[in-house]
Write a protein of this length. Structure first.
Length: 136
């Protein structure tokens, strides 16, 4: 067996992912199903590792699987314009900005309830419990 051929466990170790994640990415079409040995073992290459690291890094930046599929299409040469990549990234920035606004509002509401809770003397007049019962 060549030294540049990796078994699933070796690929998983190098990418710092578990084997199930690799198979999941194969099922989703993000990673091509590799060739197999006569015994049925998957054989991965360095380019498979690089693609897996691309997927992992994109996930860490918050890209969804469908967005990663688009980015991979760019990396694979199916899309040739940098502006297409920029549009994907700009869309992700808008999503993140929206999430930050929602989380900021949530934090403000929860902080207010925690502050109000400091003056509550019994569980019956606990602002947090009341809020959860009636809706924030």
């Amino acid at each position: 067996m060549k030294s540049d051929i990796l078994k699933t466990s070796e690929l998983a170790q190098k990418a710092e992912l578990n084997k199930e994640t690799i198979r999941f990415y194969e099922k989703k079409g993000l990673l091509l199903e590799p060739e197999r040995t006569g015994g049925g073992y998957r054989q991965y290459t360095q380019s498979d590792l690089e693609r897996l690291l691309f997927i992992k890094n994109a996930k860490e930046l918050g890209f969804s699987l469908s967005e990663i599929k688009e980015l991979l299409a760019v990396a694979d040469g199916e899309i040739y314009k940098c502006c297409d990549v920029r549009k994907i990234a700009e869309s992700k920035i808008e999503y993140i900005t929206d999430q930050i606004k929602k989380l900021t509002k949530l934090k403000k509401t929860l902080s207010k309830l925690v502050t109000e809770c400091q003056t509550a003397t019994t569980i019956k007049n606990c602002p947090i419990i009341e809020s959860l019962s009636k809706g924030v």
